[in-house]
Design a protein around this ligand. Structure first.
Ligand code: ADP
Ligand code: ZN
Length: 636
């Protein structure tokens, strides 16, 4: 703990014979103040996010920590800031070379001496990195677990002073996680070779089983566990009935021209088809799935990260290690497998804290597909998978604030009744109309067809269809036959979904048949009224306009474009992804506040000392020129 002793010169003279524990707490206090200074001067941020400060203090005290926070929650800073304050080295174990490279690039852009050691380095680069390590000229060393376990690296590391051992994506330790890596299991050996280092394990996986595994493997106890909220308030959550998926996707994309986003599909084939369809419509898009060659996948991912391609259409295979901060939307074209998957996938949106839109197209056909996959599993696995699936359906069908079932799933209690950032919270009461009569028509038709059929057939009967199935069952003779022609089939489908959401109908997923609930009888007996929405398209329009209103302080779009162009140019010159230079949010703030001086620029989100030094002249010039040519006065 030399770093602490270093500070005593300044501090002890202020105190009158303080006790040892007093000194330590004063030193810690000073370190925390220093952390805040570093947050601004290195990373350009004004305040810590929830838990960050506590975790940093904990690690600075050389205590182990398990940090569970959602993707984008800001886990990295929890060990990066202590790394800057410790005298010795911080080793960061990271499972993917691409992820490692991005992180090191970002840190270097902030002026932090960070390096990685892996197989992509040439022999001379490797040697020079080792030299720098020996001279204690490096604060953070990133490595994959395999490389770390190699004998020559171990020997090197044991000769260095290591103050912190951080394990990123720590869920890879657990067989219960989705990315189990056997080498992660051996990290405990290394951890025990570094007794003076604090061990920080970080993950975004919330499942209790995985957390337990991590704690057990690394011998971290409950007192050292930090679990952040899984709420991501900047994500706008929307679930829409899947009726015309391609058109719905196109309508959605139309709202986000020039923005980056990911569209998840269930199969490789669907991924290729949708990607080709979007390409034909003129979108800048690439597919990503396990059927493509490694080279093609890497290339497509790289193009996306560098803003050369706007949209990635992908299977679940895409995303691990994607650190891109300006993903403005995530569309689930098909049903994800579980809330865990859904949450992880939407977690890739809005990592810069700006609003991002997450749309799930929810169709009952998809449920049957997932169910089919489930039937291929063992009996025990089927049980788990069915529970996970019904939690997901519950989330999709709820008419409560969507954050309530979502956070409940992660064991969190949602204190708000309304978040204002999901489709259900955005529906205004005035949009609700009395639907009791159509509800009675529908429910009564379900009853008269003996609760054996799905919504499609009921709608056919209500609309007086002469389909073979209707005639075969003689449903054209029922009193409810043809009584519902005032509504289109689409409107009826939308209505039927609302009836399910409201718990009037129970959907038997195996056969897709609808059954009446006890609540339905109250409606049929006219003891209960049903309020709902009629127009199907209404919801999508609302999502759009309000999402736009939600955008940050009004900024000047042409100036933003000019700044973005410059960022891309600089990024390409330096072979870096654009967001490592500045986040979108930083550019938007520049385009809103139009700083005229270095000092003003320093106050903008995400600009620390190194970036100020490197880029202030270039970006100030663009802003000043723009102001001049548009005759915009200096802002005070
Ligand atoms: P995680 O590892 O939890 O997925 P990161 O550490 O990559 O998330 O952080 C996500 C983004 O949030 C990064 O761009 C990071 O710089 C930014 N960030 C972290 N802490 C803060 C903060 N206190 N204020 C503003 N932005 C922050
Ligand atoms: Zn809500």
């Amino acid at each position: 703990m030399k770093n602490k002793i270093q500070l005593t010169h300044k501090t002890t003279c202020l105190m009158i014979l303080p006790s040892k524990s007093n000194i330590l707490s004063i030193l810690l206090y000073i370190m925390i103040i220093k952390s805040k200074v570093l947050l601004k001067s290195v990373f350009g941020y004004d305040t810590f996010r929830p838990l960050q400060e506590e975790i940093i203090a904990h690690i600075l005290e050389k205590k182990d920590a398990l940090v569970v926070m959602p993707t984008g929650g800001g886990k990295s800073i929890c060990y990066q800031i202590p790394a800057l304050l410790f005298e010795g080295l911080t080793i960061v174990v990271s499972p993917l070379i691409s992820l490692m490279k991005d992180q090191v690039d970002q840190l270097r852009e902030c002026g932090v001496p960070a390096i990685f050691l892996n197989s992509t380095l040439s022999a001379s680069q490797y040697r020079s990195h080792v030299e720098r390590l020996k001279k204690n000229a490096v604060k953070l060393l990133y490595m994959a677990p395999e490389a770390l376990l190699a004998t020559r690296t171990l020997a090197l590391l044991l000769s260095l002073k290591v103050d912190c051992f951080a394990i990123d994506e720590a869920h890879c330790i657990s067989e219960w996680g989705h990315d189990f890596r056997p080498e992660y299991r051996q990290l405990m050996e290394i951890r025990s070779m570094l007794p003076d280092a604090a061990c920080a394990a970080l993950t975004a996986t919330a499942t209790p089983r995985v957390r337990e595994d991590i704690k057990k493997s690394l011998r971290i106890d409950v007192a050292n566990e930090f679990i952040g909220s899984f709420n991501r308030p900047n994500l706008f959550l929307e679930v829409a009935p899947k009726t015309r998926p391609l058109e719905q996707t196109l309508e959605f994309l139309n709202q986000y021209r020039n923005e980056s986003g990911i569209i998840y599909c269930a199969t490789r084939r669907q991924t290729d088809d949708l990607s080709a369809a979007l390409h034909r419509k003129g979108y800048s898009v690439r597919p990503y799935h396990a059927g493509l060659s490694e080279e093609e996948r890497t290339q497509n991912q790289e193009l996306f990260i560098r803003d050369d391609v706007q949209i990635i259409v992908a299977t679940i295979a895409f995303g691990m290690g994607i650190n891109k901060s300006n993903v403005r939307f995530v569309v689930h074209h098909d049903l994800p497998r579980s809330i865990d998957n859904y949450y992880q996938e939407i977690g890739r949106a809005g990592r810069d804290g700006l609003p991002a839109h997450c749309l799930l197209l929810f169709g009952y056909g998809d449920i049957r597909n997932v169910q089919y996959f489930i039937t291929q599993k063992t009996e025990q696995e089927q049980k788990v998978a069915n529970i996970l699936l019904s939690a997901l359906i519950g989330f999709a069908e709820t008419d409560l604030c969507r954050r309530i079932p979502l956070l409940q799933y992660f064991g969190e209690i949602c204190e708000q009744v309304s978040c204002g950032m999901c489709d259900n919270c955005r529906i205004e009461k005035k949009d609700l109309v009395d639907m009791t009569i159509p509800a009675q028509m529908f429910l009564s038709c379900v009853k008269r067809t003996d609760e054996l059929f799905g919504a499609g057939h009921i709608i056919d009967v209500l609309r007086g269809s002469k389909s073979q199935k209707v005639l075969k069952f003689r449903h054209d003779r029922l009193s409810t036959y043809g009584i519902g022609t005032v509504y289109s089939a689409g409107q009826w489908r939308h209505l039927s979904r609302q009836f399910i959401q409201k718990g009037l109908l129970i959907c038997e997923y195996e056969h897709g048949s609808l059954k009446l609930s006890p609540k339905a009888w109250e409606v049929l007996r006219a003891k209960e009224t049903v309020m709902g929405r009629l127009e199907e398209a209404k919801k999508e329009k609302d999502g759009k306009s309000k999402q736009e209103k939600e955008a940050p302080a009004t900024y000047d779009p042409p100036l933003f474009e000019a700044l973005r162009k410059k960022r891309k140019e600089l990024a390409d010159q330096a072979s870096l992804p654009p967001f490592t230079i500045f986040h979108d949010r930083t550019l938007k703030e520049m385009a809103a506040r139009m700083p005229g001086t270095r000092n003003e620029l320093a106050g903008i989100y995400g600009i620390g000392a190194a970036k100020l030094e490197k880029y202030s002249d270039i970006f100030l010039e663009i802003i000043n020129q723009y102001r001049h040519s548009h005759k915009i006065a200096e802002q005070s």
